[in-house]
Write a protein that binds this ligand. Structure first.
Ligand SMILES: Cc1cc2nc3c(=O)[nH]c(=O)nc-3n(C[C@H](O)[C@H](O)[C@H](O)COP(=O)(O)OP(=O)(O)OC[C@H]3O[C@@H](n4cnc5c(N)ncnc54)[C@H](O)[C@@H]3O)c2cc1C
Ligand SMILES: C=Cc1c2[nH]c(c1C)Cc1[nH]c(c(CCC(=O)O)c1C)Cc1[nH]c(c(C)c1CCC(=O)O)Cc1[nH]c(c(C)c1C=C)C2
Length: 528
């Protein structure tokens, strides 16, 4: 978010560094808000979309198979999801939007217990009773019953680790080690003991501050559900882009009841739709396969961007940066600022996509997938596995009129994505780096044989792809919010808001909807 945005002059020149969904959304919304502005979007890669990458393989002469190398679902209740779906509507792409129903099997999630058995995260009385008989429930009942009576922290303004917050509220380490640590693997690829409570569990801290207890607070807010008013961010969007209030409110009310949304042919359809819209705009140009090496403010007060091929773009009124703090640090000539930016690291995740046609190997565990908590021994450093084939088969078109064209013959196949590494790689980076792709495949096969009872033969028959997503998720360390505020204030001091920061590290959360909402808000702040 911009602290004190400067407005753009008529016919201003803007550069956007990074053509991931953060950079594309910022650029797209700016073209809608200020059609007079000239925009150059630059990316080091030869494609747009960043970590959103729905690549395809051929299935022996049959139809192409999509393998997601990054995100694949959007949270229904995120405000940014409404913005994404409304944008797809505006771009005549509403037929590609799909959703998962609350009661769908793809909305079930499993956790791995200490004995490598999958235990379903409770979503009914029956599954709750089963959960209680697993080792993962240790400390849960006493933790819940005692929670309303545990005193809030006296120094509540100070940050702490997410683990410490959960430990305080639930009276011990079990709930964090057995449950929350798994969720933190499935969102941040991070170690709950190292992550900021203020950054990652802000809604829980707010409940504690207001009600003295998470459970008392959650009970009260459940009773208030059903309010139909649009949140502030969406009202701002509706007004600035002149969207129909009634239609947007109805869309938001519908989406927030849905656990997850996805897009037909993969999530990359969204950045692709933005890219096409931007490419058709004569005020926009793309420079791909050319990294930005330096961003500086010239004596005349305008910005200059230097590119890896030696070219420069000068006379820029504003530069939007959407990269990791370490990449931004390398672009800065101010060494003190660069050093502070380098304090924030990122996690690397190794993704292993698997596809096997004609057979459903996941029959016993139809669900979204499973996560591995830190209480599991986990020699393979597995964070979790997403069952893509189950998710895809459960998708329903959001637009009922699209249902006929979207309906395909039910087909048997197995598709999953195993995610390995994250904070485990940071911990012993020296030991892990020399591993080859085959080492990762072998490790994951060993884990899946143990966890899901799959056979070596079936796993050998499938198609595997290994992708190292280097520095793909910010490490939200304790006091991260203070760090962001300090960095933004320093930029303000140095370059007087000629440069703004977006993308995952500087948005309200790491999800696609957060980054898109941040892109809109900052474009709007600059535009008017
Ligand atoms: C494994 C994984 C799973 C995820 N799952 C989900 C999910 O289920 N749901 C969800 O909502 N979110 C998910 N996310 C998060 C989601 O991917 C991000 O929110 C989103 O992609 C961030 O977009 P961005 O534009 O900020 O960053 P990026 O996608 O990282 O884009 C930054 C761009 O900058 C470019 N770049 C880098 N250096 C330079 C340079 N020097 N010069 C020019 N360009 C440069 C890069 O090539 C890249 O294209 C997941 C992320 C990962 C890694
Ligand atoms: C196992 C590793 C990972 C899996 N997904 C991610 C990692 C690192 C990354 C990721 N997943 C989500 C987000 C967006 C968060 C947001 O604020 O919107 C990111 C960056 C979504 C998500 N995935 C899971 C949960 C609980 C969430 C958050 C909200 C939601 O959609 O319910 C669960 C989950 N992720 C992974 C698996 C295997 C899994 C559960 C079985 C993979």
């Amino acid at each position: 978010m911009l602290i004190n945005p400067a407005k753009l002059a008529a016919n201003a020149n803007v550069a956007v560094v990074g053509a991931g969904v953060g950079g594309l959304s910022f650029g797209y919304f700016l073209t809608k808000l200020r059609p007079d502005v000239n925009i150059t979007i630059i990316d080091a890669a030869n494609r747009t979309g960043g970590w959103i990458n729905s690549s395809t393989i051929e299935d022996h002469g049959k139809s192409p198979v999509v393998l997601e190398k990054g995100p694949r679902t959007l949270r229904g209740k995120s405000e940014g999801t409404t913005l994404i779906v409304d944008t797809l509507n505006a771009l005549n792409k509403k037929d590609i939007v799909c959703y998962i129903e609350g009661k769908s099997e793809a909305n079930r999630k499993f956790l791995l217990d200490r004995n490598d058995k999958l235990v379903q995260v409770p979503n009914s009385m029956g599954s709750f009773m089963k959960f209680l008989s697993s080792s993962l429930s240790k400390g849960l009942i006493s933790g819940i019953l005692g929670e309303p009576f545990r005193k809030p922290r006296s120094n509540s303004g100070e940050d702490e680790s997410a683990h410490d917050l959960i430990k305080r509220r639930f009276g011990g380490e079990y709930v964090s080690n057995n449950l929350f640590s798994a969720i933190f693997h499935g969102i941040y690829a991070g170690d709950i003991k190292q992550l900021s409570a203020q950054r990652t569990l802000a809604p829980l801290l707010a409940l504690e501050a207001k009600h003295g207890s998470l459970i008392k607070g959650a009970w009260g807010s459940n009773a208030k559900k059903g309010e139909l008013e649009l949140p502030k961010s969406l009202l701002r969007y509706q007004k600035s882009l002149d969207r129909n209030l009634q239609e947007l409110s109805e869309l938001h009310c519908r989406l927030r009841t849905l656990p997850m949304l996805g897009l037909r042919n993969g999530l990359e359809s969204f950045p692709q739709a933005l890219t096409i819209a931007l490419q058709q705009n004569p005020k926009v140009r793309f420079i791909l396969r050319n990294a930005v090496s330096q961003v500086a403010v010239a004596k005349d007060g305008n910005c200059r961007v230097s590119l890896a091929d030696g070219n420069e773009i000068t006379g820029l009124d504003h530069v939007r940066l959407t990269n990791t703090p370490a990449v931004i640090a390398a672009m800065m000539s101010n060494q003190q600022l660069a050093q502070e930016l380098r304090e924030a690291h990122s996690n690397t995740v190794v993704l292993l996509n698997f596809y096997l046609s004609d057979v459903d190997l996941l029959e016993r565990y139809h669900s979204f997938g499973y996560l591995v908590p830190q209480s599991n021994r986990n020699d393979e450093q597995l964070l979790g596995v997403i069952f893509d084939s189950v998710i895809e088969k459960s998708f329903k078109p959001l637009n009922p009129a699209a249902s006929l064209s979207a309906q395909r013959k039910p087909q048997r196949y197995t598709k999953f994505t195993a995610m390995v590494g994250g904070h485990y790689l940071r911990r012993d980076s020296q030991a892990s780096l020399p591993e080859t792709s085959q080492d990762y495949v072998d490790k994951v096969k060993t884990a899946l044989i143990r966890h899901l009872n799959l056979s070596q033969q079936d796993l050998d028959r499938g198609h595997w792809q290994v992708t190292t997503a280097k520095d793909c998720l910010p490490h939200f360390f304790v006091n991260y919010n203070l760090w962001v505020a300090r960095i933004k204030a320093k930029f303000n001091e140095e370059v007087g808001l000629r440069i703004s920061l977006g993308g995952m590290a500087f948005s309200n959360g790491p999800g696609v909807p957060d980054v898109v909402m941040d892109g809109f808000e900052d474009a709007d702040s600059l535009a008017h």
